[in-house]
Ligand binder design. Structure first.
Ligand SMILES: [Zn+2]
Length: 412
């Protein structure tokens, strides 16, 4: 059954180059509608949409609390067919099975909008809204074409258009959200997107912590001049200190438990071969599963900036914070229950840290939330050839079913 749901999702916005189903788009809407269609014949299951673009399939009425499972149906450009879709398909199967047994069970499926945050660079959009973690200013974010998130939300009928302040003429930041119900407990199945499980020969990864992600902008200001006629000692080259720091980043996470650091974006201006750069910037992000480790990496990065500055006289060097998603422990209660289900089924599991962010991380702010992984073939993801073994895909649905069945009995 889980494969039927997955095939249906795969058919939406798929091409030879993979799945391109960006968040807050018509393609994402189509996928949400396809998931809701699984309960189109049910009189009790209602489709509930909220002010962030999330879709919930809710059995019953009232504020809950509900036993909830879910994930997302948006993708990165040319992504794979299982990232997110696995958790939604598994949740649909589990809810269908639970309702066959307990018609009135307070159970729901959550399909979180725009998890990838590809267009505006802000991940976990829908689940963060539910958890009250969307700052008022966030709708002011612009995409690459200068379109504002607030415009997209207004166009899609999710939020009112932003108004301008009479005094300053500036847009007044605003985001209104009320969660449609309360969550008693939440579980999410996801593909691992890495190779820890394959390497350990285990079928299920129980996530104890999701690592935090902190982003910084390193920026330097120098002066343009002729690349031929300006002697080396008279230059104020903005790129040299930035490039030197980027080269030293890997050293900064040495000895930091599960620490990783990346510069995935940088720029140089004016970007002309025979002109000395007057401006350079680099975005650096680092991840680790505890605040202490994150703080340690940040301290080392600050030190690197402080010691690099004096070696580049005449160049202004700055380190500006962009965002800080704190590491998140998952619910021990939910995790150990899923662990128990694996044990009883004779499935080998292991506890692990997730280095990628997932919606369960947002839900954990407002309810006990658990997250488990099945192995990704060759450890690859966010690619058209992302895949998992057929029996592991089925296992994800089975685990969710057993978990929801037990959880519902506790609430009933
Ligand atoms: Zn995902």
């Amino acid at each position: 059954m889980i494969h039927q749901h997955l095939k249906k999702f795969k058919a939406i916005s798929a091409s030879k180059e993979g799945i391109t189903r960006l968040g807050l788009s018509d393609w994402e809407d189509k996928a949400h509608a396809a998931a809701a269609a699984a309960f189109s014949r049910s009189r009790r299951v209602k489709t509930v949409k909220d002010q962030a673009g999330n879709t919930f399939l809710v059995n019953g009425e009232g504020p809950g609390p509900y036993v909830v499972m879910g994930s997302h149906l948006d993708s990165v450009p040319n992504g794979g067919w299982l990232d997110g879709a696995l958790g939604v398909a598994g949740a649909l199967v589990a809810m269908q099975k639970v309702l066959q047994k307990h018609r009135r069970a307070p159970v729901a499926v959550a399909i979180w909008a725009d998890e990838e945050g590809y267009r505006f660079g802000n991940g976990l959009w829908g689940s963060r809204a539910f958890a009250g973690k969307v700052p008022q200013e966030e709708p002011l974010l612009l995409d690459r074409d200068g379109v504002m998130l607030a415009e997209v939300l207004a166009e899609r009928g999710l939020q009112k258009k932003l108004r301008r302040s009479r005094e300053t003429g500036e847009l007044v930041p605003r985001f209104v959200y009320k969660p449609p119900f309360e969550i008693a407990a939440y579980a999410e199945a996801h593909i691992e997107q890495g190779r820890q499980l394959i390497d350990a020969g285990k079928r299920v990864g129980l996530v104890t912590h999701v690592s935090g992600i902190r982003r910084w902008r390193l920026e330097s200001m120098g002066e343009t001049n002729h690349a031929g006629t300006t002697p080396m000692r008279e230059r104020r080259d903005a790129l040299v200190p930035i490039a030197g720091m980027v080269g030293r980043l890997p050293q900064l996470v040495r000895g930091v438990n599960n620490g990783v650091i990346t510069c995935g974006a940088m720029g140089v201006e004016p970007g002309v071969a025979n002109v000395i750069p007057n401006k350079a910037w680099a975005i650096v992000e680092h991840r680790a599963p505890t605040d202490r480790d994150q703080d340690e990496t940040a301290r080392r990065l600050k030190e690197l900036v402080a010691t690099t500055g004096p070696r580049a006289p005449g160049v202004g060097l700055e380190m500006l914070p962009i965002s800080n998603v704190r590491p998140m422990p998952m619910s021990e209660e939910v995790t150990s229950r899923i662990e128990e289900i694996c044990k009883k089924a004779g499935v080998e599991s292991m506890r692990m840290v997730s280095m990628a962010a997932h919606d369960a991380m947002s839900v954990a702010h407002v309810a006990p939330a658990g997250l488990f992984f099945i192995p990704s073939l060759r450890g690859i993801s966010h690619r058209p050839d992302e895949d998992s073994r057929r029996e592991d895909i089925k296992l994800a649905g089975d685990i969710l079913t057993r978990w929801a069945m037990a959880e519902v009995q506790r609430v009933l």
